[in-house]
Design a protein around this ligand. Structure first.
Ligand code: MN
Length: 206
């Protein structure tokens, strides 16, 4: 089932040091992410979801599935986006089109960072912060609980996610313990703005 493949991490476990530590990356990718992927494949076995083209279709029909499909399918997709949202050559500021769109939607890059960081910090319990392209084609910041995402049917803020930050404790506890804001601050040093630019253009051309 190559359409739901388990993708290789695009960099080494220690590549994002010191911002994201190697041990966290290893456990996160090799245990958590692999677990979501395996359980997702198990959960769709023998269901209509098995024949769907892609995760987008799965999420459009998520109300017809069960909790296993929702949680593990979300976990599988969200982490793929998360790994791609980061790079050892990341950080700095957004590229051309995303930069323009951020200024248009939020006023400035700093104002956007503050809004996104706030969404990540105030998401109670486990979840994700997102930058999405909404139905009107504008950028929007939001957060979701657990392994939900803005592509799932019924999402409060619907749209195509182009940047995602995992704020589950498993994403930062080994290095940052309860200091989620420090982890969020460190994330900006590794954001892969080239990947965000690419995802943005893809989302607009959908
Ligand atoms: Mn995670």
């Amino acid at each position: 089932m190559s359409k739901f493949e388990f993708k290789k991490l695009p960099y080494a476990f220690d590549a994002l040091e010191p911002h994201i530590d190697a041990r966290t990356m290893e456990v996160h990718y090799d245990k958590h992410h692999r677990g979501y992927h395996g359980k997702f494949l198990k959960a769709i076995e023998g269901t209509d979801f098995e024949g769907m083209c892609c995760m987008h279709k799965v999420f459009e029909n998520i109300d017809k599935g069960n909790a296993g499909i929702r949680n593990n399918g979300g976990g599988y997709f969200n982490h793929n986006l998360f790994w791609n949202s980061m790079s050892p050559n990341g950080g700095g500021s957004p590229k051309s089109k995303v930069s323009e769109a951020i200024n248009k939607a939020f006023g400035s890059f700093d104002a956007f960072k503050e809004k996104f960081s706030d969404a990540a910090a105030t998401r109670f319990g486990s979840g994700w912060a997102w930058l999405i392209v909404n139905k009107a084609g504008n950028l929007e910041v939001c957060s979701t609980a657990n392994q939900d995402n803005p592509l799932m049917k019924g999402a409060e803020n619907a749209g195509e996610p182009i940047l995602g930050l995992d704020v589950w404790e498993h994403a930062y506890y080994l290095k940052y313990q309860n200091r989620r804001p420090d982890y969020i601050g460190a994330f900006w040093n590794v954001v892969n703005w080239d990947a965000v630019e690419e995802a943005y253009e893809k989302a607009l051309n959908k």
